[in-house]
Design a protein. Sequence first.
Length: 547
Amino acid sequence: MIAVHLDNVTVTYIHDPVFANLSWEIHDDRIAGLVGPNGSGKSTLLKLIAGELTSETGFFTRKKDLTIGYLHQEPQLNSNHTVWQEAMSASVELNHIESELKIIENLLANPDVYGNENRLTQTLEKQERLLDRFVELGGPGYEGHVRTTLLELGFNEPDFDLPTTALSGGQRKLIGLARLLILQPDLLLLDEPDNHLDLAGKAFLEKLIRAYKGGVVIVSHDRYMLDLVVDEIVELEDGRLTRYPGNYSEYIYEKQNALLRQQQLYEVQQKEITRLEQSAKRLLLWGKVFDNEKFSQRGKSMLKRLEKIERIDRPTLERRRMGLELEGWRGSEKVLQLNNLEKSFGQGNGEQLLLLGINLLIRRSERVGLVGPNGAGKSVLFRLILGEIEATGGEIVIGPSIKTGYYAQQHEILDPDRTLIDTITHAAEWPESRAVALLGRFLFTYEQARSRIKTLSGGERSRLQMALLMISGANFLLLDEPTNNLDIQSAEVLEEALDEFDGTVLVISHDRYFLDRVTSRIVELEDGSLTEYLGNYSDYEAQKRNL
């Protein structure tokens, strides 16, 4: 059944339309993946559906009594709440009813109420209505439902008392998701729900979405997830929505076929238009030269036919993409060797061992994926390799002709107060004109190039880090979640660049599609130990299932 109907809706930001005259029918029994380049308006469209924005044109209708749950990219949690309090506050109506019932309990103990028959009757009737609604909303089992939901999402009982300010990005996503699951709305709107989740969290999220008894619209750059869970892909590009039945891989195949068909039809139509235009011009010329009205009328008639032809748009077969080229050299045969590496934090009885004597050898030209749960120590291992912190024991040996390049997940290597031009000229000692040209290759305008890094979005900071990697000349790349803020097209550019890269790569990633495309060996860090698996992510997963 149609849950939401958008007909010719438009949203404008300042003076420019984010999108205009979009139409879409969203069903309450389908899972739709909403995809498109960064900045195309996907989050804006979700906000419109959720009722946070209004359309300037057309109309927007919902099914009667439809309930909608919206998970923002960055969930807004109450900083004064614990995990338990935040989850319990999911149902605003239940919380309001409980407050009203407490007020009534106090009133029933008041002599002015129980001593007045009319007031007592009115108060008891109100209490009965509130109790009926409380039961209808699942109030008697609400606490149990909240507890079960939190436990299913991976929280432990001790986590319930944690303040929301102490949560990681992934945990904040899970709390936002928990609030929605507690309410079970008819339509779920999920904006990048997999961001910051580890592999186990992503697997759970996929299971949850597939089993959800309602409609789901999910914005995600995780191609692996989109392959597993969606019934259809809806693409928002160039201000237009296009629907493709099936999952992400089917969408890519169908889109390429559609573009090729459109290109063929466009070329045929252009030839026909050219032929008719030339014929019309000849007839008009002959009518003038020979003073023949018949020729002139036929020429004019032909031009009118041309005006009525519905023109086929020329398809954009190759869109402008980030110009990433990684030009590292081969270097030493042994790139990285870890020998009985240990790392602990704290002292005395409070000492905690994070790495328990791990060993690893990475050879020239290898592509190694480092996976493991959040908090396992993957980023700590990178900091050890980079020399930012010291190991507790063991040794790290980096090949003598190895130059390391680092991509930081949180973009902490970027100075937020520097301009983009200053960042490039400082890193490469280039003139400003050359820095501007490079930034243009990475899709930055001249105005953006002169702005400060702190004004950039996450995706723009990611592209800037890619530009710095490119000019570093490194032949050993340490990449910490490089696809987190990239749109799908930019992630594909990175995959292609790594495929042609002559150096060595060690990458932390929860992007399974990316790991399948890039890696030839997976190393899992869990409980302080490393376990190696030959092959890409799918091979690793298959080996894990067979253990």
